[in-house]
Design a binder for this molecule. Structure first.
Ligand code: ADP
Length: 242
């Protein structure tokens, strides 16, 4: 596997406060990578830098060979990076299908209208299938359960055919069954995408994570399998509170 994302020597400073310090972070194509760390560790800041929302003081972020620092959010989306936010982006009055169609229609490269429509229909059908929402396709998004709504948001990202998906706490507030379904969905998505997930739920990580990156106070604390990370005394001290 080859590096898809390479963060090197990243520093992010907010009004004199160092939110990220000398961070190196690499993700291979096809990985399902989990990012953990206590509040304030710099997880969201890292995601914000990758997606062009925050400008670093120094460092580089390379994605599929292209430097992302200095590019604007919409340019980064076009390069194939999609993210979910903790706040919902679903239109409640529109159906599940319409939400997916909107997501797929926007942010597509320009082509002939016909080619675009056909490509969009395929993307929407595939996103419906992957997220298991096909039976709810014609229901307004407003009636979805919390879990179904999260899956719709992941589907909306998939409909934009990114190669890298960044997901911020996708199982927060979900029931046990919904968490299990989401873990399976993430593993399925990672078969043909690269996925970075910010997640705190250790039970979920034990079940679904292969590689975990731990941040603490803006620095890389350690990286490895869930078992390796959990056995690391530094992680127990700062994250697990043991
Ligand atoms: P995490 O997502 O791991 O909880 P964040 O990346 O949100 O951590 O925050 C890292 C640190 O940077 C925190 O101490 C936070 O208060 C600070 N921070 C984040 N965004 C800003 C901002 N826009 N202005 C000032 N400080 C910020």
């Amino acid at each position: 596997m080859s590096d898809l994302l390479q963060v090197r020597g990243l520093n992010v400073v907010f009004s004199g406060f160092r939110a990220v310090t000398d961070l190196d972070f690499t993700v291979d194509a096809g990985e399902l990578r989990f990012l953990i760390g206590p509040n304030g560790a710099g997880k969201t800041t890292l995601i914000d830098v990758i997606t062009g929302l925050t400008r670093p003081a120094s460092g580089s972020v390379r994605f599929a060979g292209a430097e992302l620092c200095g590019r604007r959010e919409h340019q980064i989306v076009r390069l194939g990076i999609g993210r979910t936010f903790q706040t919902s982006v679903v239109f409640e009055q529109l159906t599940v299908l319409e939400n997916l169609d909107l997501a797929a229609t926007f942010r597509r490269p320009l082509g002939t209208l016909l080619r675009r429509r056909r490509g969009i229909a395929d993307l929407v059908a595939s996103a419906l299938d992957t997220t298991g929402l096909a039976e709810l396709a014609n229901r307004p998004a407003g009636v979805l359960s919390h879990g179904q709504r999260q899956w719709l948001e992941i589907g909306m990202l998939l409909a934009q055919s990114p190669s890298l998906l960044l997901l911020d706490e996708p199982v927060a507030g979900m029931s046990r069954d919904e968490r299990a379904r989401t873990g399976e969905l993430l593993q399925q998505v990672a078969r043909d995408h690269t996925v970075i997930v910010v997640e705190h739920d250790m039970d979920f990580l034990r079940r679904f994570a292969s590689t975990v990156t731990v941040l603490h106070e803006g620095r890389l604390l350690c990286e490895g399998t869930v078992a390796q990370v959990q056995a690391d005394p530094r992680v127990q001290e700062v994250y697990l509170g043991r």
